[in-house]
Ligand binder design. Sequence first.
Ligand SMILES: Nc1ncnc2c1ncn2[C@@H]1O[C@H](COP(=O)(O)OP(=O)(O)OP(=O)(O)O)[C@@H](O)[C@H]1O
Length: 319
Amino acid sequence: MIQASGLRKLYGRTVALDGVDLHVRQGEIYGVLGQSGAGKSTLLRCVNLLERPSEGTVTVAGQDLTALGDRDLNKARQRIGMIHQHFALLSSRTVAGNVAFPLEVMGVPRAERERRVAELLDLVGLGGRGGDRPAQLSGGQKQRVGIARALAGNPSVLLSDEATSALDPATTASILDLLKRLNTELGLTILLITHEMNVVKAVCDSVAIMADGRVEESGTLAELIRTPGSRLTREIFPLPAPAPGDITLTFTGQADEPVISEVVRKFGTDVSILGGAIENLAGARVGRLRVTLSGDPDPALAYLRSLGLIVEVAEGGSR
Ligand SMILES: Nc1ncnc2c1ncn2[C@@H]1O[C@H](COP(=O)(O)OP(=O)(O)OP(=O)(O)O)[C@@H](O)[C@H]1O
């Protein structure tokens, strides 16, 4: 649905994007994670060409945006919604007036506009609040207005620029639930940028981790979790550096099963647990455990691998 290839963006001597490729599939929630200055906002603004990349191409829904003139670009942008960290609402307009704004720009007749605004406010859980001013709303409600406005043009893609960064944890969770619902019910493809791993863990199907204008790693969460040594896995499950021979087990489908006690029973080995955690990722339970096994661990490790666990043995120990 979104394909960015070889994106570079220079601001004077600053290289904000240094050859970024991004592939977002239709219907997924794709997170771009990175620290301040990594180039996330620049990437997002290049995707709808609010910034023109210095090099590279951006295709959205099969249309090469980098090849379009201003008029066609404005039309293509109506199918790309965007929400912002600080909501970007017009304080002089009512809630309904804010949601109606893009419809006015598109020339939608008044009666249809009013019908559509009411429908959009219902969709985001703000039915009946159309007459309020933004100042009368909480942060979470303001973001709901931002989302309703972004959906006015029936976009196939929603871009989210740190949409939950200004919100408290409970409100963040409710906005992420709403985005997930819109993704499922409307088939909306969502590209979101964030510096919070919790956002990625809660809703993303795929992720790109950015640093210094580059994508360090990308893929579905399931793929990256199963990739030994991935940065995503290390950041979600921080464990101290292993000693030679320490074993790290990553459970994907098996987090609820008693595999450790099974290993103890079957192989008569003692298991010492050095650290670990279980997380819910994209709806599945994933666990990571650092252990040592007594005696020759190889038969037990082969058994764990046969169950589908990812087994990593630190250098210097048995394989
Ligand atoms: N309009 C601009 N003019 C000059 N330099 C810019 C501009 N926008 C971004 N930069 C620079 O490009 C680099 C990437 O910035 P960008 O805002 O994309 O990062 P970010 O990951 O979104 O960080 P943050 O979360 O702090 O916004 C930074 O070095 C930044 O100073």
